[in-house]
Design a protein around this ligand. Structure first.
Ligand SMILES: Nc1ncnc2c1ncn2[C@@H]1O[C@H](COP(=O)(O)OP(=O)(O)OP(=O)(O)O)[C@@H](O)[C@H]1O
Length: 903
């Protein structure tokens, strides 16, 4: 290996860098924006600014190596064996890395002259969107690379192409500007390719939230050329017969840029990209704010735990988990398609035994798509081949189990058909060829099963026999030298050698033994030699090993070829396995958590009885409490002018948000083809779902809480249709009371009169409840509470009617506001309620406040020792009490405490 450091080269002059530095600069110049991992022997080294960035990011030592233009060159290095880990950390921090390897044997370089530099080249660009290794990826999440093209005059505004090169899945969509943010929120790519001009347009028109900039990789304008894309796309998708002219110009440009970027990053290796699928039209539209507010894939704090996905993901395989996440992100809108999924889930809900068997088998099936992708990109090893073999075998087994069932619903019948076609002979071949215990890399050898290849077995036994000869040689040398401790050993540097303790070494250097023993190395307590015979034997062993490895590599190449040949077939199989896993997992959850099958059709129904929140139910149960199920009926009809709107009032902490969210989640679950947490549910397919529950600031965008709320409310009022479901929490609370109330009032009217959507509207403005008298489809419901001894008890039960108060002070007390503040707040509230009953103008309310006695602004603290409860407690002598007296004392104490509260 070439380990020449810069300083060992001819010294650089002020004008001419050393040959190696010249090579470094050349490679660096064609890979701008990448940290260059420059291979030097057993290290990747980084220089100049790259070294400074990487050492700071990775916490590794920054040193210097050589000089350039009179200055020290900053340098840091990562050892090859740990490079993956460092690479992973850099990528997670948003860096891009170019891996530059030595691409010739240093011996070749030396032939060109002693000063020539080993040829190096970038063999791979590693970026967040082009990862393929398991240890770089989350097994249960997709990792998308996206490319966005913008159209100035045309049929659409943008086209987005996206692909997960770790599985080959590829998609394309033409998008109007207003749909861009929603799509990006749904897809959540790891990296976004676009031009400077597109980037500027997005920023100027506020089309994406600012966070997207962290994902952006800028491409030159010519990279997004619809004409240049055609030959590339034709070549890449040739086998599938996909016709790139079927795409819009923008679509071609985006997909072309994506494919070219993938090819460039993989330096000529072919990622197994599948022909792009146009995203089905019929998907429930959920905007970014709604996704965030409903915590579908992660909570608002960015955690997986607490999200809907976390609560309902019972899949047993990583591909299943990825599919579940994508279904959750894109529920359907077509009632027939939804019902087909529900039929399949229903069948597996009923058949517990079949479900258990399928899940057991699926659990053992490896991640076929990712193994296939690694093999295609020449990054796969024997374990990937074995994984494919096992997945195919599992598919056949699953097909067998399903085929034995009568009257399978269409989805399961379709999956059975695909699984049945799994290439059995390929799986058998792989099982025959591959040993049980496999190395990660093919070049390590030792993975072909004995008995599979006669030639290989021969070489291996030759190697083994020669080792026996080595053992015999050691015995003979011990006899000849009479050194009992003489050993024949092996290491990576010397190969085979004879080792004797230092004390005996001298004898081997003297005649007659020195005729036989050739000195190699002297250590502190041992001496090492070789002999002609040993060198010959070593040669034989090495040749046998080399021959064996060559045969193994040929076997690997042949098997890999056979697997890659079957790529489209295997990808289809991977899809089917994932779909079966999702179906069985949804059935499992339905059966174990008592979910019900929703009735889904094209009506405007939304009737849920005994509905529960799928996530809060779990937390409440974990705390040993029970979740209170609630009904919701927002059903309406075209004839009646649309769906109903429920105004939900009730105290803080009473369960309003939970109730609102649970109904939105039930709609999502139903439309993704899952049973729902309810006793019964009838859902007319929702086209768009809007949910604003819990306010958030958008400081980065320069918007206050109130501004965000208004922007989002505007989006709803402008975009909701009669088929939409709108779930709104406390619109208008972030501004002056009357402004807020007026906005809320007008919004309810607009939703009712113009939009006619099904809606839940939670509010603390009790004045709104009078709308139910005038608007026919508005109904009032309230979260019930019970007051008990001055405390408020939340029943979490939704009932008809309107709350007459908010219990804000009681909740503040529960939250631990200091007692004097609570007491003072009570006084203010009492006065406000007494004096302003029936008043409506703020002027009058102000005068009420003016009248508040000033002395009371800070109630004097109770004098120490006069608290009757404390006094009574002090008087208690537990040791002197009978049990009956103790109980009496306890009652007495509680009474004193209650009396004190009343005054
Ligand atoms: N149906 C229910 N059954 C049992 N517990 C519930 C139920 N609904 C809510 N809770 C509990 O009450 C807590 C508060 O609920 P939630 O956040 O929905 O109240 P809220 O009325 O929206 O309050 P705020 O107005 O302060 O936002 C939940 O975290 C949960 O523990």
């Amino acid at each position: 290996m070439d380990q020449t450091p810069f300083e060992a080269e001819p010294a650089a002059t002020a004008t001419a860098p050393t040959p190696m530095m010249a090579q470094y600069f050349e490679i660096k110049a064609v890979n701008p924006g990448y940290l260059l991992f420059y291979r030097m022997g057993d290290f990747y080294e980084l220089f100049f600014e790259d070294a400074e960035i990487a050492s700071a990011a990775l916490g590794i030592v920054l040193t210097k190596r050589g000089r350039h233009q009179g200055e020290d060159i900053p340098m840091c290095g990562v050892p090859i064996h740990a490079a993956n880990d460092y690479l992973n950390r850099l990528i997670k921090l948003g860096h891009r890395v170019a891996i530059c390897e030595q691409v010739e044997d240093p011996a070749e370089a030396r032939k060109r002259g002693s000063k020539s530099v080993v040829k190096r080249d970038v063999v791979r660009l590693v970026t967040p969107g082009t990862l393929t290794e398991d240890d770089h990826l989350d097994a249960r999440s997709a990792n998308y690379l996206a490319a966005l093209s913008m159209v100035r005059h045309g049929e659409t505004d943008f086209a987005l192409a996206w692909a997960d090169i770790s599985t080959g899945e590829t998609f394309i969509a033409d998008l109007p500007a207003e749909a861009l943010a929603d799509e990006m929120a749904r897809i959540a790519p790891a990296e976004l390719l676009l031009t400077e001009a597109t980037s500027a347009a997005l920023a100027e028109r506020h089309l994406l939230p600012p966070a997207w900039k962290e994902l952006a990789a800028t491409l030159p304008q010519e990279a997004l050329d619809s004409e240049a894309a055609l030959p590339l796309l034709r070549r890449v998708f040739a086998a599938s017969g996909f016709d790139p002219t079927s795409l819009s110009r923008a679509g071609r440009a985006a997909l072309g840029a994506l494919v070219a970027y993938v090819e460039d990053s993989q330096k000529g290796r072919q990622a197994p990209l599948r022909p792009p699928r146009a995203q089905a039209e019929a998907v429930l539209a959920i905007d970014a704010a709604t996704r965030g507010s409903l915590e579908l894939l992660q909570t608002q704090r960015g955690e997986a735990r607490g999200s809907l996905r976390h609560a309902i993901d019972l899949t047993v395989s990583a591909p299943g988990a990825r599919l579940l996440a994508s279904r959750l992100a894109a529920p359907l809108r077509d009632a027939d398609a939804i019902n087909a999924r529900l039929d399949a889930v229903g069948r597996l809900v009923e058949d517990t035994l079949l479900r258990a068997r399928l899940r057991q088998e699926l659990k053992a099936a490896p991640d076929l798509a990712r193994a296939l992708s690694r093999l295609a990109l020449e990054r796969g090893g024997p374990r990937d081949l074995a994984a494919i073999g096992r997945a195919v075998a599992a598919a056949l087994d699953l097909a067998g189990q399903l085929a034995a069932q009568p009257d399978l619903p269409p989805v399961l019948a379709r999956l059975t058909g695909i699984l049945k076609e799994a290439p059995g002979p390929l799986a058998s071949e792989l099982a025959l060829a591959l040993d049980d215990d496999l190395p990660l890399l093919s070049r390590d050898g030792g993975f072909v099963r004995p008995g599979y290849d006669g030639g290989l077995d021969e070489e291996r036994s030759l190697g083994r026999e020669t080792r026996a000869v080595v053992a015999a040689l050691q015995a003979r040398l011990v006899d000849e030298t009479d050194i009992r401790s003489l050993k024949i050993r092996h290491n990576g540097v010397l190969g085979y050698f004879v080792e004797v303790p230092a004390a005996h070494g001298g004898r081997l250097l003297e005649p007659p033994l020195r005729e036989t023993f050739i000195h190699r190395q002297t250590l502190a307590n041992a001496m090492r030699f070789t002999t002609t015979e040993l060198a010959e034997l070593e040669g034989r062993i090495a040749r046998a090993q080399q021959a064996a490895l060559e045969i193994e590599l040929a076997v690997f190449a042949r098997l890999r070829g056979a697997v890659l040949e079957a790529t489209p077939h295997l990808q289809g199989l991977a899809d089917a396995l994932a779909e079966l896993d999702v179906t069985a997992a949804l059935a499992e959850i339905s059966a174990t958590r008592f979910y019900c099958r929703p009735q889904v059709d094209d009506s405007l129904a939304f009737a849920v009885s005994g509905g529960r929140h799928p996530v809060v139910e779990l937390t409440v149960k974990a705390e040993g409490r029970s979740f209170v199920a609630n009904d919701a009926d927002l059903s309406g009809s075209e004839a009646a002018g649309g769906g109903s709107l429920w105004l939900v009032t009730g105290p803080n902490m009473g369960g309003k948000s939970t109730f609102l969210r649970q109904n939105a989640l039930i709609a999502i679950m139903a439309q993704m083809g899952c049973f729902v947490p309810a006793d019964a549910a009838h859902i007319g397919v929702v086209d768009r779902l809007f949910s604003r529950v819990g306010a958030s600031d958008d400081i980065a965008h320069g918007r206050s809480t109130f501004m965000v709320e208004m922007v989002e409310t505007a989006a709803i009022l402008n975009r909701a249709t009669r088929r939409s479901l709108v779930v709104l929490d406390e619109i208008g609370r972030g501004t002056a009371t009357f402004d807020g109330l007026s906005i809320a009032w007008a919004s309810v009217e607009a939703l009712h009169e113009t939009t006619g959507c099904r809606a839940l509207f939670a509010t603390h403005f009790h004045e709104l409840t009078s709308l139910a008298k005038t608007l026919s489809r508005v109904a009032n419901v309230t979260m019930k509470v019970r007051e008990w001894e001055g405390e408020v008890v939340f029943l979490h039960e939704v009932g008809p009617g309107a709350a007459d108060r908010s219990y804000g002070i009681q909740v503040a007390r529960l939250a631990g506001l200091p007692e004097p503040v609570i007491a003072r707040a009570r006084q203010v509230l009492d006065l406000l309620e007494q004096r302003s009953a029936g008043t409506a103008s703020s002027g009058q309310k102000a005068s009420v406040l003016d009248d508040l006695p000033l002395f009371a602004h800070r109630p004097a603290p109770a004098p120490q020792g006069t608290d009757p409860v404390h006094e009574a407690l002090d008087a208690v002598r537990p040791d002197e009490m009978t049990p009956r007296e103790a109980i009496e004392a306890l009652y007495q104490l509680k009474k004193l405490r209650d009396d004190a509260r009343r005054h």
